[in-house]
Design a protein around this ligand. Structure first.
Ligand code: AMP
Length: 392
């Protein structure tokens, strides 16, 4: 099955074309465009270049297109990307303004350009469909809940891959199979012994997810991707009382407050240096106090959520690091694990230092919990889910 995975940003379009079969799949082509003004033009250009390069002889050969959609109003899961998916994206366009409008446009455009292909949307919220009401409800009036304000959780594709892969690496094939088939079969009874994972997706955007037997129990992210850990330039958790106070005291309009919280906060906001942790780390090493504070805030927040999920899970079998910072940041991993030996998390400092962006177990041989680094590959997750959906 030829599956094109479309990654649509507010001004970018990237794609990977996968050839998928039951045993796995491979990337057969990839490409992308920046500063996109008209999705229709670049999508048609991408299809023409695939033909020109001999990857396909006709666009009709592409069986399906997968979209990593973020947040839908009253819609989640791995679904056929039809008008109801477009309506759901547009219904929450104001909550995810950088993501939802491009995906709604992209789905419309692909429906025109590839009328024979099946279009599938995998919502980032899908992995959290089975969280308890207590974990996903905010203490707000009913009218607020009725318009869809609740915790959704994001990075679902990445954390679901961690649920599958960590179970495989820990010899829990029963859990791995439940996680793989989650969007087709829902949660299933697994072996008697629970398998408890805390997954840390640490990148430009970061979140921590608790996973029990292959199914998410909660996320550090809430209603929008604004919440949870400090992000590269987005705020993360903030007391709701701070926004009206800042607006009144600083005399700034609401839109400006929103812009500052979405563009000038997070690691950039605290450090005043950069939204890239490598620059912040270099400044901290040179003695910059706010850069040091930015890194400490990130570590503090990761440990806060790690602790919360370890209590909810009554322990931990695997702590996993993924995405740019999680895969490369040995210093951040060491700081997160510092002093947690008594909770069963025993990091091997040599293995940790040696591990850069490769799959590895970096715990000591005798550590009760495994500490794993698992590289993220969200496009592959999309291709796999689209393949499972259309084959089931
Ligand atoms: P991602 O969102 O997964 O692409 O991750 C992007 C983030 O990974 C950026 O903020 C980078 O600072 C971070 N990153 C990339 N390489 C490294 C590295 N060698 N050490 C620490 N962080 C890194």
């Amino acid at each position: 099955m030829l599956i094109l995975v479309a990654n649509l940003g507010s001004t970018s379009f990237k794609y990977r074309l996968f050839r998928m079969e039951a045993g796995g799949g491979e990337v057969v082509a990839k490409g992308g465009y920046e500063r996109v003004e008209d999705y229709g033009t670049v999508i048609d250009d991408a299809l023409a270049s695939l033909q020109r390069d001999g990857v396909i002889s006709s666009p009709d050969e592409i069986d399906a297109v997968g979209f990593k959609t973020v947040l839908g109003k009253n819609l989640s899961g791995c679904v056929i990307a039809d008008q109801s998916a477009i309506d759901a994206l547009e219904g929450f366009a104001a909550v995810a303004p950088a993501h939802n409008p491009p995906y709604a446009n992209g789905i419309r455009q692909f429906a025109r350009s590839l009328p024979k292909a099946r279009l599938v949307a995998l919502f980032e919220t899908a992995f959290y469909q089975w969280t308890s009401a207590a974990s996903h409800s905010y203490a707000i009036p009913k009218a607020w809940r009725d318009i869809g304000i609740r915790r959704y959780g994001f990075h679902g594709a990445s954390h679901k891959f961690i649920a599958e892969r960590s179970a495989e690496l820990c010899g829990r094939e029963d859990v791995a199979e439940t996680a793989r088939r989650l969007y087709q079969d829902g949660p299933r009874q697994t072996g008697a012994k629970p398998f408890r994972v805390v997954s840390c997706h640490l990148g430009g955007s970061s979140s921590v997810t608790g996973i029990l037997n292959g199914v998410a129990i909660g996320s550090s992210m809430g209603f929008s991707p604004q919440s949870g850990l400090p992000q590269n330039n987005r705020v993360g958790d903030l007391d709701s009382g701070a926004i009206p106070y800042a607006i009144r005291t600083l005399g700034i309009p609401f839109d400006e407050a929103e812009r500052q919280l979405t563009k000038e906060s997070g690691l950039l906001g605290i450090s005043g240096i950069s939204n890239d942790i490598r620059d912040v780390r270099a400044a901290a090493a040179a003695g910059h106090a706010d850069a040091k504070l930015a890194i400490e805030c990130l570590i503090h927040s990761i440990r806060h959520w790690l602790g919360a999920f370890m209590i909810e899970l009554s322990g931990i079998d695997a702590l996993v690091f993924t995405a740019g910072i999680g895969e490369n940041g040995a210093d951040i991993r060491a700081a997160v694990c510092d002093g947690l030996e008594g909770f069963g998390i025993q990091l091997d400092p040599v293995r940790n230092e040696a591990c850069r962006a490769v799959e590895a177990d970096i715990a000591t041989g005798t550590s009760p919990a495994r500490v794993l680094v698992i590289p993220a590959n969200e496009e592959l997750v999309l291709a796999r889910e689209v393949f499972r959906k259309l084959s089931s």
